[in-house]
Design a protein around this ligand. Structure first.
Ligand code: MG
Ligand code: MG
Ligand code: MG
Length: 317
């Protein structure tokens, strides 16, 4: 017998939420094994990576390439379940049942909002571009060797979260860690990054819900709930060709979920900017960004980061 501790990223998982869950679980299992004599049989911890939604295509690709089992899909957790949160901390973005769970650790690079815990908790927060950057530093701090497999998946997370270092969320630490991990992974970071983004094809025929919402997060803004979705693409015209369909789906979401608005950023990682598409009440978006929301969307040059360039100003509205 042993005690299972879940390691989980956010809802609508992105590559960081998947790979950081795997890398954190691996790190903790190695540390636990090293300290085995501290535990009894029953409370020896076994960390298990889980996920809250479909595997992003780049995660499926990199995990298969490295021969790593994808995290198991779960929907909710039992009261008292021990859990480590990676890449998020807002209860709205966490697994259902989180209110009664026992959060033992949080490793994250987002704003802090709404989290309460039953017990003392280890929290590792840094304002770096990716959770996997923080985890790389934790591997070092705990003197856990970084294998080629772990280096490859953590590198993939940093490259997708920082949009191959083009995002303004990228810090010098991310750049250093990218070089360090690329060396262990034996890949060229930029080439590997482009390969990751190219896994996201099929946008012309992709299910509309997936096209709009695969990477979406709810936020409370001015006492209301809003949804900010992001589609990072290497083929902007292909996504924009489906504008009417996307808008109609977004209007349905506003209706069904009662969102104040749904904002979709269609981010062109090559042109380094985003097309803003809004349904619902556009007032807060228009005021915050000084734009007029219109058919065809509004091109916002240089906007690549939902967190830093979109959510943060909206949350201050
Ligand atoms: Mg994330
Ligand atoms: Mg992240
Ligand atoms: Mg992202």
């Amino acid at each position: 017998m042993s005690e299972t501790i879940l390691v989980c990223g956010h809802k609508n998982p992105d590559n960081d939420s998947i790979c950081s869950a795997v890398a954190a679980a691996n790190m903790h299992n190695i540390i636990a094994e090293r300290e085995r004599d501290r535990y009894s049989e029953e409370d020896f911890p076994v960390y298990k990576a889980v996920r809250l939604g479909p595997l992003p295509p780049e995660s499926a690709w990199v995990l298969a390439q490295q021969g790593i089992e994808p995290p198991e899909l779960i929907e909710r957790i039992e009261p008292g379940q021990k859990i480590v949160l990676v890449d998020h901390n807002e209860p709205q973005q966490a697994v259902d049942g989180i209110e009664e769970a026992d959060i033992v650790e949080v490793v994250d690079h987002h704003r802090v909002a709404g989290l309460t815990t039953a017990n003392p908790v280890k929290m590792v927060f840094m304002t770096w571009g990716c959770t996997a950057t923080i985890l790389t530093k934790m591997y070092e701090a705990y003197r856990v060797p970084i294998t080629q497999h772990m280096a490859t998946i953590m590198l993939s997370a940093i490259l997708t979260d920082t949009v191959i270092t083009k995002s303004p969320t990228t810090t010098d630490t991310d750049r250093e860690v990218i070089q360090q991990l690329a060396h262990i992974a034996m890949v060229d970071a930029t080439e590997f990054g482009l390969k990751l983004f190219k896994q996201r094809g099929g946008e012309e025929t992709m299910d509309i819900a997936k096209l709009v919402c695969a990477d979406s997060k709810e936020f409370p803004v001015a006492g209301k709930t809003v949804l900010i979705a992001q589609r990072e693409t290497v083929d902007l015209p292909c996504v924009m060709a489906r504008e009417d369909e996307m808008r109609s789906y977004m209007r349905d979401l506003v209706e069904e979920k009662g969102y104040e608005f749904v904002l979709l950023l269609v981010t062109d990682i090559m042109a380094e900017g985003s097309q803003f598409i809004v349904e619902g009440n556009p007032e807060i978006v228009e005021k915050t960004f000084g734009i007029t929301c219109q058919q065809g969307g509004t091109w916002m040059p240089g906007v690549l980061s939902r967190k830093k360039q979109v959510a943060a100003p909206l949350l201050q509205a």
